[in-house]
Design a protein around this ligand. Structure first.
Ligand SMILES: C[S@@+](CC[C@H](N)C(=O)[O-])C[C@H]1O[C@@H](n2cnc3c(N)ncnc32)[C@H](O)[C@@H]1O
Length: 201
């Protein structure tokens, strides 16, 4: 993914409703926070109370902008090159993880979520915002167009059943709710937002 293009495409909505959504999600988080697939760092400016954000990002183009943005954050940010499927952290080392618009593009959501679960403390929280598979005709179009969309949009799948994936990975998903993704085209407008809790089994 090309970092500057990603930021340019979202510039208007990030200043408005999507920026507000990010603020709502991460503004009050405390302690050490792990952000997986941090991209160009669009969440960073919205953290206000975290003692540290550890931002994992595999793509050099996205990470370049993330590095430039990190000093502007009001909380300390540590950037780590890595993937969700193989997080370079000890078991149970974070209370909170943040994932926004990433599970659509990882190769293997179950492997990624298993890793996030591993590094979360018992009862740890996964803060999530993702676009997901819709219903009816929309879902049919998402299924049809996903192969093409993956090619042109950094492996982004339009039709992931993310709520089911998160539940299957060992999280309580009662705190995840359907939302509309602000400023997006219809194919990525169905969203999922909220908090999933790591279950004990
Ligand atoms: C659409 S961008 C979202 C970036 C950021 N989270 C945001 O909310 O703006 C998707 C990000 O997921 C990252 N990504 C893709 N596959 C990944 C993986 N296996 N592990 C971690 N990050 C991944 C990409 O490099 C990209 O930065």
């Amino acid at each position: 993914m090309i970092g500057w293009l990603y930021d340019l495409a979202g510039r208007r909505v990030e200043k408005g409703e999507l920026g507000e959504r990010r603020h709502e999600l991460v503004g009050d988080l405390e302690g050490d926070v792990l952000e997986v697939g941090a991209g160009t760092g669009l969440n960073l400016q919205h953290y206000e109370r975290a003692s540290r954000v550890v931002a994992v990002e595999p793509d050099p183009s996205m990470a370049g902008r993330l590095r430039r943005r990190a000093p502007e954050a009001t909380v300390p940010v540590e950037i780590v090159a890595g993937t969700a499927e193989s997080l370079p952290f000890e078991d149970e080392s974070f209370e909170t993880a943040v994932i926004t618009f990433v599970l659509c593009s990882v190769e293997d959501p179950q492997a990624a979520l298993a890793e996030v679960r591993r590094v979360l403390a018992p009862g740890g929280r996964l803060i999530l915002l993702e676009h997901v598979r819709g219903e009816g005709r929309l879902a049919s179009w998402q299924d049809r167009l996903t192969p093409l969309h993956r090619k042109v949009a950094g492996n982004c799948n339009l039709n992931r059943r993310t709520r089911d994936e998160v539940a299957a990975a060992g999280f309580d998903v009662a705190g995840l709710r359907p939302v509309r993704i602000p400023g997006s085209h219809p194919l990525v407008r169905s969203g999922l937002q909220g908090v999933a809790i790591k279950t004990s089994s």
